[in-house]
Every structure is written in C-alpha cells, then in structure tokens.
Design a protein around this ligand. Structure first.
Ligand SMILES: *Cc1c(COP(=O)(O)O)cnc(C)c1O
Length: 366
C-alpha cells in the first residue's frame, strides 16, 4: 500500500454517531447552532485564546480576518512570506491588497524580521507572517515593528494548532491568528478553520462577514460572504479534539525515529522549532544539501515515489514564482527560493508504522 505524506486522524465511528445524534433530533444543521458553540468554547479552552470565530475552512478564515480589519484596499501593501501555501497570498490579493514578499530566515524558514523594515512604505498596512511547519515566527520582533509603524499583524497559524511559544498559546499573538482544521492538518474537522483574536468588536465583524453581512433580523450592514462552519463538521471537531493530545504524542513517536535515523547525517539538515516552542509534530521537513549529501532533494523524492512513498515538496515553487504571482510581484527572495528547492517533507501521521519510517530512512540513506 502506498504511503502518503499525511493521513487524516479520525475518531471511532460510534463516537461520531453519538456526537451527531442531537443534530438529527433538533434538525439544526448549520448557522451557528449548539454544536458549533460547544466546539467553539472547547477550542478557546484548548488554545487558551480569549476570542475565537469558526469558519468553514482556514482560507476563508484568513481572507475574512484580513477583510474585517477594514484596511485601505486602494494600493494598500501587505508584507508577507513567499515560503507558504498559496492560500496565504490569495487571502491578501483577494482583498485587493498588494503582497510584498519578504525573505525568510535560513534556520526555520519563517519571515525574517530584520528584512521587514526595508520593505515598509507609506502604503504598508499590515504584516501577514506564517508559522511555517509549526515553527513560530519571531513574534516579539514582528510586534515591535508593527507598533513602530502602526501596522496590523495577522498570523497564518494553519500549521500551529495547539503550539505554545514561551508558554503562550500561539493564537494570542498579533491582531489575529488563523488556524486550519483541514483533513490534512494535525487537527481536523473535515474542513474547517478559525480566527483567534482579542478585540470584541472584531468578533461582531467576523460574525457578520461569514454570514452575508447580515446584522440582526432586518438589516445587512456589510457585503459579506458565506463561510459558516456547519454542525456536522463541528461534531467531527469535537470528537478529534478529545484525542488531539494522543494524536500529537503518537506523531512524536514517528518524529523521534526520524530524528534517530536522519540526525547527524552529513548533508541532511533537520528543520526544528526553537527550544521555546512546544511543538505539535505537524510536519517533518528535511533540507538536503546535495553537495554534501550526494543526492538532490528531487532525486530523493523520486526514489521514494518509485517505492510508492509520497513525500511532498512543501513549499515548491515559492509563491512569488507561481504563474499567478511571478510577473506582478517579483521580489527577490533567495533564501525562500533555496528552501523551496531543497526541502522535502516526509510522511508523518498518527498511526504511521515505525517499520515504514525505517523503510523511508533506508531509501533516503541508500
Ligand atoms: C492549509 C493551509 C491554509 C488553508 O487552510 P484550509 O483550511 O485548507 O483552507 C492556509 N495556509 C497554510 C500555510 C496552510 O497550510
């Protein structure tokens, strides 16, 4: 059987049935019903965040989190990273804002704060950094810059569910943070997402935006869309949340084995979170330096594929090299380019057999 880069974590079917029974009884299927609310409160608890708004997916959560800030769209510039999933940049450009790509740090591939200030102009309105692979950005340095220039900070925390940094839940940094509960993530509600934040007024705006801009029974106050999380997905989220700590520690078992087998091999660099981070074991990114290791990242990827093992080149190409962006926003970001051509993300999921991990390492090291 083939091994994919990830596999969705799921509760037992009986457990899910139990959770959706009340939905069949009430026939309240969506529109922020009781299961949505229960899920929301459990998540606020788990993530230790003061406010949380749930969405149908992470992308719409981020797009609407940016929209709700009411930034001046007419030429407004947003400093962001090119080393991410394309959703991050789309959420900016779909708000009629202009992405300005800042290069990343060579150690953990998060946005490099020392390169942000040079990109700030009178049109800059916000910074959208990404906690890539669950590696937490230098949030203190970013906030210092944001305060100095009065910029909003919206984190793409799609990879960082449940991660803490210096003892603080990552959803507490910046003006807002987006989490994704997509099926391929550490924690899933099939599809789903959330925005964590502090400001109560912002909660009202997010609530309206995801429900067509409707306010009360008789008025619509903004041009919203539809991005509500339904009751069945919320029920899946509640079930998975019950087991999330087990999922994360089981992934830790896989991470440990990879570390044992691949750590210290010349030409292989393991991309690890900082010691101040309590990780969620979301991804296992490996940097291949072909000059020392002897094989390129692409060759390793192909050799694995020949054995029915599907690692992924997260994130290749860099976003500013994709055809929808490369001609319009061609910033030079050499470290992101280097990362995108040298990093391979290895299979990692709850339940992955250590024999398979050994097989993967054998192929890499052969
Ligand atoms: C998954 C992901 C998203 C989008 O989340 P969805 O829930 O799939 O819409 C955004 N940014 C990053 C970095 C992601 O990995």
């Amino acid at each position: 059987m083939s091994i994919l880069v990830t596999r969705s974590s799921m509760p037992g079917i009986e457990e899910y049935m139990e959770e959706i029974k009340p939905i069949f009884e009430s026939r309240w299927l969506t529109n922020m019903g009781p299961v949505y609310k229960k899920f929301q409160h459990q998540l606020m608890d788990y993530l230790s965040v003061p406010q949380l708004s749930l969405f149908v997916n992470g992308h719409m959560a981020l797009e609407m989190a940016i929209h709700a800030l009411g930034l001046p769209c007419d030429g407004g510039e947003v400093i962001t990273t090119p080393f991410t999933f394309v959703s991050t940049t789309h959420a900016i450009t779909r708000n009629n804002l202009k992405p300005v790509f800042c290069d990343v740090k060579p150690d953990d591939f998060t946005i490099d704060p020392s390169k942000i200030e040079a990109l700030i102009t009178e049109k800059t309105v916000a910074i959208v950094p990404v906690h890539v692979y669950g590696n937490i950005c230098d949030v203190d340095a970013i906030q210092k810059i944001a305060d100095k220039y009065k910029l909003k900070v919206i984190y793409d925390a799609a990879h960082a569910f449940g991660v803490t940094y210096k003892g603080v839940g990552v959803g507490n940094f910046g003006d807002a943070s987006m989490f994704s509960f997509h099926a391929t993530k550490v924690f899933n509600s099939i599809e789903g997402g959330a925005v964590a934040f502090h400001d109560k007024q912002y909660r009202v705006q997010l609530h309206e935006l995801k429900n067509f801009g409707i306010h009360g029974q008789e008025d619509t106050v903004s041009v919203g869309g539809n991005a509500k999380l339904d009751e069945f997905r919320a029920a899946m989220g509640i079930c998975n949340l019950r087991h999330i700590d087990d999922y994360i520690s089981d992934r830790g078992r896989v991470v440990e084995r990879y570390d044992e087998r691949l750590g210290g091999i010349p030409g292989i660099r393991l991309i690890k979170p900082s010691p101040e981070t309590v990780t969620n074991n979301a991804y296992y990114p490996v940097y291949f330096d072909e000059k020392v290791f002897g094989k390129t990242r692409d060759i390793v990827c192909d050799e694995l594929k020949d054995q029915d093992i599907f690692a992924r080149k997260y994130f290749y190409p860099a976003i500013n090299e994709l055809s929808c962006y490369k001609d319009k926003f061609p910033q030079n970001t050499p470290i992101a380019h280097n990362a995108s051509t040298h990093v391979l993300t290895l299979p990692l999921y709850e339940g992955l057999d250590l024999k398979d991990v050994d097989k993967i390492c054998d192929i890499i090291l052969s």
